[in-house]
Design a protein around this ligand. Structure first.
Ligand SMILES: Nc1ncnc2c1ncn2[C@@H]1O[C@H](COP(=O)(O)OP(=O)(O)O)[C@@H](O)[C@H]1O
Ligand SMILES: [Mg+2]
Length: 168
């Protein structure tokens, strides 16, 4: 990806609940039709953050990692959420075969773990959340890559505007 980031915001996530909370805050701020890349090592908290986002939308079932299925989908209320994990993708071309374009044409939130595996085929991100393991905690670096992503990120500079965010 060659796109430049428009805005960057960092958070320290002191435990797992804070990682979920960040997902919940993003769910509140993201319009339909948003693409979020999640980057960071195995165990950094990408699936944990997704769980927070999906649950905050009102889904009460299990949010499991789509490592083997490539994609899990959630349809809650007005929202369609597609959670991809491309870790086991051998070739980005496989995304064409699974009909990736259909997931991206609808108004939906697309969350993609290991986006580097789909480079060249995967549509660009509005937001990139990079999770960094810092001893027993995590650091989140959120980059806005498009004007839409910037509109999601801007309120995070004013924590009092978002009740949940005060405790991150
Ligand atoms: N902020 C945090 N501080 C400490 N541990 C965390 C934090 N967020 C998540 N974890 C833990 O890190 C692990 C992350 O796993 P997972 O979300 O599956 O990572 P990934 O999808 O990036 O491979 C889980 O064991 C979770 O409990
Ligand atoms: Mg994962």
């Amino acid at each position: 990806m060659t796109a430049e980031k428009l805005l960057l915001k960092e958070f320290l996530l002191t435990d797992e609940s804070k990682t979920e909370l960040l997902g919940a805050v993003l769910s509140e701020l993201c319009p339909g039709d948003t693409t979020i890349y999640l980057t960071g090592d195995l165990g950094a908290g990408k699936t944990t953050m997704t769980r927070g986002l999906v649950r905050a939308c009102g889904y009460h079932g299990i949010v499991k990692s789509p490592t083997y299925t490539l994609v899990e989908e959630y349809h809650v209320g007005e929202r369609d959420i597609y959670h991809f994990d491309l870790y086991r993708l051998n070739d980005p071309e496989e995304l064409e075969m699974m009909g990736i374009r259909d997931y991206f044409s609808a108004g939906s939130i697309r969350i993609i773990e290991w986006p580097s595996k789909g480079e060249g085929i995967l549509p660009d991100a509005d937001l990139i959340v990079n999770l960094v393991i810092a001893d027993n905690q995590r650091r989140a670096e959120i980059s806005a890559m498009t004007p839409k992503g910037r509109a999601v990120l801007e309120p995070l500079f004013f924590p009092k505007a978002i009740p949940e965010q005060v405790v991150i």
